[in-house]
Write a protein that binds this ligand. Structure first.
Ligand SMILES: Nc1ncnc2c1ncn2[C@@H]1O[C@H](COP(=O)(O)OP(=O)(O)OP(=O)(O)O)[C@@H](O)[C@H]1O
Ligand SMILES: O=P(O)(O)OC[C@H]1O[C@](O)(CO)[C@@H](O)[C@@H]1O
Length: 336
């Protein structure tokens, strides 16, 4: 590790997230001023196995900060999860002269990094890029802020039509097994109700009571429920059908899906991406960053062990969870 680094490998892995390109740009630019070559692997870890890579030049990345997706393409990679996958990946990295590897992705991708590490002689650094915000050790992941704004844009529009028809709408958002996106989208859109893992299971009878109670108090109007993707196994459309039956009010579902992963990153994602991309390279050159993630806590760039990024200790905002629950005006609030 005391050897100067001349060649860094870079890849984007797992679900793509707006701001990944901004990270790529920051990594390439920061490395370039130090005279370090950056090799971009395509399609996540798959690019290591298939020898799909290219040298990334500064001129190529100068104007990609505003672009959604990832110029390197992203993917999940089954081969890395095979018993000999990590050793094989390390061997190929050595063969291609990659002296350090930077992986932009979520906690799954960071498990992939840890699997490679015992066989690899260089440093491996993670940068959190996922719309889910489900990575421990960083207040926000790159892409979350954009996905939230995208969801809000859609929910605001649905509110107009829901108002016009005085309908109940269930809007399903992504987030995997966490409620970061659902809570944030629900709060910021003024949703009447949020269904996410932090509140526990969905109960159609409870939902019906909450809707009827609110409508008794304030009259019939639109009612927006933001629901996290894993909360109703049969899906939001099935839940909408059940609710229509239970309440006799027309209820519709809208699954936002992959819409939330696209689009130009918002300003805060571009800034976070630039900061963490640059910080990862600088810490790597100082020899501090092996098996660490470059994250941000309280506005400061920090290094956090990759081994702890999937611990699921990060909390959704308890204050907002409780406030939302109180606003349901339930005489017997469900436990949060
Ligand atoms: N235990 C593991 N061993 C080896 N590789 C792994 C392991 N876990 C995950 N990976 C690799 O990381 C890839 C991405 O993981 P995953 O699909 O969980 O996405 P992620 O990085 O968490 O991002 P997101 O949640 O935003 O989609 C996997 O396809 C696999 O190649
Ligand atoms: O694009 P895929 O492979 O269907 O994965 C979808 C998952 O990826 C994410 O968009 C990002 O992790 C999750 O919110 C969602 O559950």
């Amino acid at each position: 590790m005391s050897q100067p680094i001349r060649k860094i490998g870079l890849l984007t892995s797992g679900g793509d997230a707006p701001g990944m390109n901004a990270v790529i740009r920051a990594v390439v630019m920061t490395a370039a001023v130090q005279g370090i070559e950056v090799i971009g692997f395509s399609h996540g870890f798959n690019g290591i196995f298939s020898n799909e890579f290219q040298q990334l030049h500064r001129a190529q990345v100068l104007h990609i900060i505003q672009q959604g997706g990832t110029i390197l393409k992203s993917a999940r990679c089954k081969q890395l999860e095979q018993p000999n996958g990590p050793a094989q990946a390390a061997e190929l990295l050595h063969k291609n002269g990659i002296e350090a590897l930077i992986v932009i992705g979520g906690d799954g991708s960071f498990r992939g990094c840890q699997a490679i590490a015992p066989f690899y002689q260089g440093q491996i650094v993670g940068i959190p890029g996922t719309i889910d915000n489900d990575v421990d050790g960083t207040d926000f992941t790159i892409g979350f802020a954009t996905a939230l704004d995208t969801a809000l844009d859609a929910i605001d529009k649905i509110r107009d039509t829901a108002d016009a028809f005085e309908r109940i709408f269930l809007i399903e958002v992504m987030g995997r097994h966490t409620g970061y996106l659902a809570l944030a989208a629900g709060i910021a859109s003024g949703a009447e109700q949020i269904i996410c893992p932090e509140y526990g299971d969905v109960d159609v009878v409870d939902l019906q009571r909450d809707i009827q109670q609110l409508q008794q108090q304030f009259g019939r109007s639109s009612y927006i429920i933001v629901i996290a993707e894993t909360m109703y196994p049969a899906g939001a459309t099935a839940l909408a059908a059940e609710l229509t039956k239970a309440t006799s009010i027309e209820c519709r579902a809208c699954v936002l899906g992959h819409l939330q992963r696209g689009g130009s990153p918002v300003g805060s994602d571009r800034i976070l991406a630039t900061k963490l991309g640059a910080y990862a390279v600088e810490q790597l050159l100082l020899g501090n960053a092996h098996l660490m993630m470059a994250g941000e806590q309280g506005g400061q760039a920090v290094l956090f062990p990759l081994s702890l990024t999937g611990d699921k200790k990060k909390q959704t905002d308890r204050y907002l969870l409780d406030w939302q629950e109180r606003m349901l005006q339930d005489s017997s609030p469900r436990k949060v």
